[in-house]
Design a protein around this ligand. Sequence first.
Ligand SMILES: NC(=O)c1ccc[n+]([C@@H]2O[C@H](COP(=O)([O-])OP(=O)(O)OC[C@H]3O[C@@H](n4cnc5c(N)ncnc54)[C@H](O)[C@@H]3O)[C@@H](O)[C@H]2O)c1
Length: 338
Amino acid sequence: MKLLITGGGGFVGARLARTLLARPQLDGQAITQLVLTDIAPPPADLLADPRVQARTGTLLSQTPAISGEDFDGVFHLASAVSGECELDFELGLRSNLDSTRALLDALRARGAESGKVPKFVFSSSVAVFGPDASVPMPPRVADDTLPAPQTSYGTHKLMCEYLIADYTRKGYIDGRSARLMTVTVRPGRPNGAASSFFSGIIREPLAGVVSVCPVDPEVSHPMSSPSQTVDGLIKVYEATREQLGGRLALNLPGLNVRVADMLAALEEVAGPKVRALVRFERNEGIAGIVANWPTGSSAERAGKLGLKPYTQFAEIIREYIADCQAGPNAQDTLKGMQ
Ligand SMILES: NC(=O)c1ccc[n+]([C@@H]2O[C@H](COP(=O)([O-])OP(=O)(O)OC[C@H]3O[C@@H](n4cnc5c(N)ncnc54)[C@H](O)[C@@H]3O)[C@@H](O)[C@H]2O)c1
């Protein structure tokens, strides 16, 4: 089968690619070709796999080629992150909304010739939810909570969810949107997402570096790990329409956790010296954005697909440590533990 991952050079996209290539099959078929598109090239290990073809450039520049190819499935992950979209309104529209529409139309145009209806998984976000004076946000956002995004990023994600549901209704794609919870621990450097600190307060101390937490310890949010997120995307891909139980987006599972719980877990796993590297310095800008985010979530429909969150944040930290230990830079990434 021939698959496309947009955003295949990114954090989740590259991990998804690795996981898919290591599996014997997806949806009962072996993967013979995996096209990764992104502004940035994918990591070298992926480029070394003969099944991988990397195409570098904006998604908008790639869609004319895509309209001439038969894909069995698409994971659409390319996206500008929340902070970038707030800073640059045009960039957000172009990267997240216009690109998705162009991708969907490329697949529709191809399908009109080939009769193929590709499976299509879209990585939506918990950022579609937010408070509105007319619709108070419940403490745990559920599959059927009315979305009320409070950022351009969340708004574009929601618009894309609806586009995907409609292209599916019309029979152009077999689409499904999975709302990712905040994925921690993200390796590498902080990114432009307002949620970046959720990873930073674990990743930096483990590396022996001071981390500043910009929100109060009582702030609570739903989190998932990279491996759980990738498993969720794959399960949602493989689910039948009947198993999905509808065209509308579903929540992926998250562990509802307070910053204070995250730091207690850090101390449990890595000790008090590592925990002591986190200090609190309130940043009104970030705290203001986070105040509009869900404090927790539930994922009933994903649960029916067999997806469950971890029950302890320590498990998420241990997953990150194991990933670092398997990588080439463990001496640096886990310096705080030495
Ligand atoms: N990581 C999270 O906590 C989280 C939470 C909710 C939703 N999501 C969604 O999951 C997906 C993957 O997230 P991630 O953490 O891997 O993000 P990421 O930033 O690491 O990866 C996204 C990739 O998309 C690429 N990209 C951005 N604009 C593009 C464009 N116009 N054309 C082509 N490529 C473009 C970037 O270069 C990047 O490599 C995204 O859609 C994101 O919105 C992530």
